[in-house]
Design a protein around this ligand. Structure first.
Ligand code: R5P
Length: 285
C-alpha cells in the first residue's frame, strides 16, 4: 500500500493542489451532451489514500460529479478518500427560517459524509451550528483564515480599524484584530431578501483617522459589503478595504463592489477569483 497521498484536483483547483503535500494525480470529468457526466481517474490509485481538492461554490453543479469521483476512487481500490474543500457550501441554511423549509446544511453534510472518509475546509459558516461534528459524521476539520488575513493586514494597512458587517462576523473579526493588534467594531445586519440587506454601523467618531477594513467570511451578492461601504462613506470615513475569505461574487457583484467607493477588494484563495491575494494553501495537510 502506498503511503504518499494522491492529490486529485477537480473543477480547476490544480494551482492549490500543486502546493499541497502528496503526489499529484489527475481526473477528467467528461460532460455528455445530455448533461450527464463521467469521471475518469488517470492515475493508478490502488491502495492509495486519495484526496480530492476543490471548492464547493456552485455546489449543485459540482456535487454529483464529485460524489461520482469518490465512488470511482473507491471502486478503483483507494484505501481512504479525503476531501479538501476550501469553501464548503450549504452552511447558511442552518435552521428552518420559514415553514415548509428543510435544513439543507444537514442534508449536504450527510451526502458528503457518505462519500468521503474525512474533510477539511476553511471558515465554514458556523453560526447556529457551532461545530461541523454536529452535522458531519466523518472527521471534518474547520481551518481558519484569521492568521493569514491578520498578516496581510499588518503588512499592507496602516492604522487599521476592522469592521465586521454583522454579529456572525464577530468570531473572526475579533480574532484577526487580536492577531493584527488593532481595534475592531461589529455592525448589525438585517437581511430583507437574497439581495437586500441593511447594515447598521456603530458610532465611529473615535476612529476617523483609521483605515476601515471590512472583513466577512463570504462575499456573495456583495450587498452586505456594499451597504457597509455606503454607511462608512456617509460617516466621512476613509474609503474602506474589503476582505472576504470566500470570493463567491455572483453575477456582477465584484464589479459593483469595486465601483461602490472601496479602496480595494481582497480575498483568500479558497474560491478561484482574480481578487485572491491571501494564500491559504499552508493551512491544509
Ligand atoms: C452571512 O451572514 C455571511 O456571513 C455573509 O455576510 C453573507 O453571506 C454575504 O452575502 P452577500 O454578499 O450576498 O450580502
Amino acid at each position: 500500500m502506498s503511503t504518499t497521498p494522491l492529490i486529485i484536483p477537480l473543477f480547476g483547483y490544480e494551482t492549490l493542489a500543486e502546493k499541497l503535500q502528496g503526489k499529484l494525480g489527475k481526473a477528467k470529468i467528461h460532460q455528455f451532451p445530455d448533461g450527464e457526466s463521467l469521471i475518469q481517474i488517470d492515475t493508478p490509485i490502488e491502495g492509495a489514500e486519495v484526496i480530492f481538492v476543490c471548492s464547493l461554490d456552485q455546489p449543485n453543479t459540482k456535487a454529483l460529479p464529485l460524489f461520482f469521483a469518490a465512488k470511482t476512487a473507491r471502486d478503483l481500490g483507494a484505501s481512504r478518500i479525503g476531501l479538501i474543500a476550501p469553501y464548503l457550501a450549504y452552511m447558511r441554511q442552518d435552521k428552518v427560517f420559514h415553514p415548509g423549509e428543510g435544513i439543507t446544511s444537514r442534508y449536504f453534510a450527510s451526502l458528503i459524509s457518505e462519500h468521503f472518509d474525512w474533510m477539511q475546509t476553511v471558515d465554514p459558516h458556523l453560526h447556529r451550528w457551532h461545530e461541523l461534528s454536529e452535522i458531519y459524521k466523518i472527521p471534518a476539520q474547520a481551518l481558519h483564515a484569521t492568521r493569514p488575513i491578520a498578516e496581510w493586514i499588518s503588512e499592507h494597512v496602516d492604522n487599521p480599524l476592522l469592521i465586521g458587517p454583522d454579529e456572525e462576523s464577530k468570531q473572526w473579526v475579533a480574532e484577526i484584530a487580536t492577531l493584527a493588534h488593532c481595534p475592531y467594531v461589529v455592525s448589525t445586519k438585517i437581511r430583507e431578501s437574497d439581495s437586500q440587506v441593511r447594515v447598521s454601523l456603530p458610532e465611529m467618531t473615535a476612529y476617523q483617522d483609521h483605515q476601515p477594513v471590512l472583513v466577512d467570511d463570504i462575499i456573495s451578492t456583495g450587498r452586505t459589503m456594499m451597504d457597509a461601504v455606503k454607511g462608512l462613506i456617509g460617516m466621512g470615513m476613509k474609503a474602506p478595504i474589503c476582505i472576504g475569505v470566500h470570493a463567491l461574487f455572483v453575477g456582477d457583484a465584484y464589479e459593483s463592489l469595486v465601483s461602490s467607493g472601496v479602496s480595494s477588494v481582497v480575498t483568500c484563495n479558497t474560491v478561484n477569483h482574480f481578487s485572491n491575494a491571501i494564500d491559504l494553501s499552508g493551512l491544509f495537510g
